[in-house]
Write a protein that binds this ligand. Structure first.
Ligand code: NAD
Length: 295
């Protein structure tokens, strides 16, 4: 069993840390919010990130954005024992991921970027998908722990590649969610029942993940955010953050992303007009059918 330092115990990290404790690993944990450390029963809360980094086999971070990750590692590099494996699971820009991994290398340490997909439900159930950037050797060392927290582990390529895969996936997700909401609104505005239209499109060439398993129209599918006022799930604020990362990544590689850019702007308008940053991202349906809000 490994001794693990874990920093960032929010909506995702808390569940991931609890799963590692449940698998019998010894955890040292730190978050800026002290109560979150108490929520990981069986783990040892620490006074600082540097304390969490000292004397561990593996160090895992799950923070909001690139600036938090860069700041954290800047503070803790000198605290690591030789051979500590570093795994950052946050969703951040590929540039920062590469730069922090380079600094790790200069300190003689292996580092992986390993952003996740699967949301808080996947984090709780230990069924996340990891998209990993880094060396084969580092991933081989990480595999057993990633297996505890996830169901799928993909090696995307060298440092930063995990973040690029994540950015591409979430840009596509935003595009097909917005397209699905648009098609459903068009059908309803022309007299169709959204459930009937959904069933037709699912069995036809319009079928896609947003329509098939995460339907954005209220009342069509049970157990999805659309059927509970768009509460929970994957927040509009996080989707707009990921779309900003996609736009930065496109600019750096001189890639043309007109659909991603449109999706980003639709989400930004939705976020501002409906004050919906805290709603699930399928609430983009409200941009096309504002009257749903009145029901
Ligand atoms: P969150 O805001 O709930 O948690 C982040 C935690 O980091 C907070 O508890 C905060 O106090 C802590 N923190 C910030 N800076 C810190 C520091 N310097 N030292 C110690 N603790 C610090 O965020 P989350 O929803 O858990 O998401 C974490 C990451 O995972 C983000 O990059 C997000 O984009 C990504 N992600 C989230 C989801 C989701 O559904 N929530 C899904 C996939 C990926």
């Amino acid at each position: 069993m490994a001794t693990i330092g874990f920093v960032g115990l929010g909506n995702m990290g808390g569940h991931m840390a609890r799963n590692l404790v449940g698998a019998g690993h010894e955890l040292k944990v730190f978050d800026l919010v002290p109560e979150l450390m108490e929520s990981v029963t069986g783990a040892a809360g620490q006074a600082s990130a540097a304390d969490t980094a000292a004397s561990v086999d593996v160090f895992i971070s799950m923070l909001p954005a690139g600036r938090h990750v860069a700041g954290l590692y800047n503070d803790v590099f000198d605290a690591f024992a030789p051979n500590t494996l570093l795994i950052d699971c946050s969703t951040i820009d590929p540039e920062t991921a590469r730069s922090v991994a380079q600094q790790a290398e200069q300190h003689g340490l292996d580092m992986l970027d390993a952003p996740v997909s699967g949301g808080t439900a996947g984090a709780e159930a230990g069924t996340l998908s990891f998209m990993v950037g880094g060396s084969d050797a580092a991933l081989a060392r990480a595999n057993e722990l990633l297996d505890v927290m996830g169901a799928n582990i993909f090696h995307a390529g060298p440092s930063g590649a995990g973040q690029i895969a994540k950015v591409c996936n979430n840009m596509l997700l935003a595009i097909h969610m917005a397209g699905t909401a648009e098609a459903l609104a068009l059908g309803v505005n022309n007299g169709l029942d959204p459930a009937v239209l959904s069933e037709i499109m699912k069995q036809s060439s319009g079928g896609n993940w947003s329509l098939n398993v995460y339907n954005p129209y209220p009342g069509v599918m049970e157990g999805v955010p659309a059927s509970r006022g768009y509460a929970g799930g994957f927040l509009v604020d996080l989707m707009t953050k990921d779309l900003d990362l996609a736009m930065d990544t496109a600019a750096q590689s001189r890639s043309s992303v007109p659909m991603g850019s449109l999706a980003k702007n639709l989400y930004r308008v939705h976020q501002q007009n409906h004050d919906s940053g805290g709603l699930d991202f399928s609430s983009i349906q409200l941009l096309y059918k504002p009257d749903l809000n009145e029901g």
